[in-house]
Design a protein around this ligand. Structure first.
Ligand code: RFL
Length: 407
C-alpha cells in the first residue's frame, strides 16, 4: 500500500513544520518521534514503498539503539523476531577463536534485517501515527535554508506538477546519494573523506547460516565475513579489489573462496546456496561538519558514511534520529532550541569514535592480505592481544557494541 496525502497534489504551496527528505531508518525514526509528539511533518522519498520495504542492507543493531527504539514504541516486531547475538568468532591461522562479548559486558547485539525495520517504521509512521509521506517524488530541491522561511520543492510523480512545501525545518535523511548534503555551501561545512582502497563483494545467499554467530575470516587471500540474516538467508562478504565487476565472481568462485577463507580446524563446511545479491562495495567514509546549515539538519548517511566494516551505519542513523527528533520536538512544542543548537556536537562524538573503530578493524581484517609482511605481523599481534589480554578484550567489546557512556 502506498500511503499518500491527497491534498498535496494540488500544486498550491503546502506547509508543514518539518519536511524530512528520505524514508530510510533515519528519516522514518525521526518522523515517528515527531508524530508521537503531535508535530506535523512530511516525508519525501524517491523510491516506492514496496521498494524500500524490500531493500536489503544492514542487519546488526546495537543494544542501546534497540532500547532507544523500544522507548519510542518502535521495537515490538524487532524484539519479537530479531535474533540476540552474544558472541562472534574470528578465524585466522587455521584456528577458531570465540569472542564472548556479552559475557564480558552484559550487552549484546540484535540481528534484524534493515528492510524489516524499515517496513515496521513506515507502517507505524504512515498507518498508525498518521504521518504524511510522498513516495516516488522526483527532483527534490531545498530553498532559503539560511532564512527563517525555508521550503522544499519536488515533482509529483502522478501529475508531474512541481510542488512547494514551506516549513520551519528540513531534515536531510536522504542517505549517501541524496541531494540535501549538496545544498550546504562549500564554505559552510567541511567534508572529510577516507578511502580504504578496498572492495567488498557483498553477497546474500539463499542458505541457512553455517555458524551460530557472526564469523570474521582473516586470511592471506583476503577478508571473508559470515552474518546470519534469517534462518533462510545468510550475508557473506569477500574482500576484492575496489571497483571489481561482480560478474568476475561466478557461483563456483564465490563458494570456493568463502570455503577457503572461512575454513578452520573443526569448523563445518559452509552450507552453500543460490546467490540472490552480488554487488561490490568500495570501502570509503566521510563526515560532514557541522551536520547543519541554517534550517537544514542532516542525519544518518547523509551526514556521515561509515564503510560497513564494523556494521555501524544504521546504528549511527538511529542515534542521529533520536537526538534530532527530541531537539525538533523541544523547539517546536516548547520553543527550547538548546537541543538543536547542540545537535551536531551531540552526534559527532559517536560518529568519530565509530569511524576510528572502523579503521582499526579494517587493518585487522585486511592487514594479512596486504602483501606487506610487516602489516601482516602487526595484524596478527592485534588479534593475539584481543584473545590474550582481558583489558584489550574489554576495550574491543566496548567499541564493538558501542556502549561507551561518554559519547
Ligand atoms: P538510507 O537507508 O540510505 O535512506 C535514505 C533514503 O533516502 C532516499 N533518497 C531520497 N529521498 C528523497 N529525495 C532524494 N533526493 C533522495 N535520495 C535518496 C533513499 O531512497 C532512501 O530510502 O539512509 P539512512 O536512513 O541514513 O540509513 C543509513 C543505513 O541505511 C546505512 O548506514 C546502513 O545500511 C549501513 N550498513 C550497516 N549498518 C549497520 O549499522 N549495521 C549493519 O550490519 C550494516 N550492514 C550496511 C550494511 C550497508 C550496506 N550497504 C549496501 C552499503 C551492509 C551493506 C551491504
Amino acid at each position: 500500500m502506498t500511503s499518500t496525502t491527497p491534498h498535496l497534489n494540488s500544486g498550491a504551496p503546502q506547509r508543514f513544520p518539518v519536511v524530512i527528505v528520505g524514508a530510510g531508518p533515519a528519516g522514518l525514526t525521526l518522523g515517528n518521534i515527531l508524530r508521537a509528539a503531535s508535530v506535523d511533518c512530511l516525508v519525501l522519498e524517491t523510491e516506492t514503498r514496496a521498494f524500500i520495504e524490500q531493500r536489503p542492507r544492514a542487519g546488526v543493531l546495537e543494544e542501546w539503539a534497540v532500547r532507544g527504539l523500544e522507548r519510542r514504541g518502535l521495537a515490538a516486531n524487532l524484539l519479537a523476531r530479531g535474533q540476540v547475538h552474544s558472541e562472534c568468532e574470528f578465524r585466522f591461522a587455521g584456528e577458531r577463536y570465540r569472542f564472548e562479548y556479552a559475557e564480558l559486558t552484559g550487552h549484546h547485539h540484535f540481528v534484524y534485517p534493515q528492510q524489516f525495520l524499515v517496513t515496521d517504521l513506515v507502517r507505524e509512521y504512515a498507518d498508525v501515527r498518521g504521518g504524511a509521506v510522498r513516495f516516488g517524488v522526483r527532483d527534490v530541491e531545498l530553498h532559503d535554508l539560511d532564512t527563517g522561511r525555508p521550503s522544499v520543492s519536488y515533482t509529483c510523480p502522478e501529475s508531474g506538477v512541481r510542488q512547494f512545501v514551506h516549513c520551519d525545518f528540513v531534515a536531510g535523511c536522504d542517505g549517501a546519494r541524496g541531494v540535501t548534503r549538496a545544498s550546504i555551501p562549500a564554505d559552510r561545512a567541511h567534508v572529510s573523506r577516507y578511502d580504504y582502497g578496498i572492495g567488498w563483494l557483498a553477497l546474500l545467499a539463499e542458505a541457512p547460516p553455517s555458524n551460530d554467530c557472526v564469523v570474521f575470516g582473516v586470511h592471506p587471500r583476503g577478508f571473508a565475513g559470515h552474518m546470519a540474516r534469517s534462518p533462510e538467508v545468510t550475508r557473506y562478504y569477500l574482500q576484492c579489489p575496489p571497483g571489481d565487476d561482480p560478474e568476475n565472481w561466478s557461483h563456483e568462485r564465490v563458494w570456493t573462496e568463502l570455503q577457503e577463507r572461512l575454513g578452520a580446524a573443526g569448523a563445518p563446511r559452509l552450507t552453500e546456496g543460490r546467490l540472490i545479491e552480488k554487488r561490490v562495495l568500495d570501502m570509503h567514509s566521510y563526515v560532514v561538519e557541522p551536520m547543519a546549515f541554517g534550517r537544514l539538519f542532516l542525519a544518518g548517511d547523509a551526514a556521515h558514511l561509515t564503510a560497513p566494516i564494523a556494521a555501524k551505519g544504521m546504528n549511527l542513523a538511529l542515534h542521529d534520529a533520536f537526538v534530532l527528533g527530541d531537539a525538533l520536538t523541544a523547539v517546536l512544542t516548547k520553543g527550547d532550541s538548546t537541543g538543536l543548537d547542540g545537535y551536531s556536537r551531540a552526534c559527532l562524538g559517536r560518529v568519530w569514535d565509530y569511524q576510528e573503530f572502523s579503521q582499526w578493524l579494517s587493518e585487522v581484517y585486511h592487514g594479512t592480505a596486504s602483501g606487506d609482511p610487516h602489516r601482516a605481523g602487526t595484524t596478527l599481534a592485534r588479534l593475539r592481544r584481543l584473545f590474550g589480554s582481558p583489558a584489550a578484550a574489554r576495550a574491543f567489546a566496548e567499541q564493538y557494541l558501542g556502549t561507551n557512556a561518554d559519547y
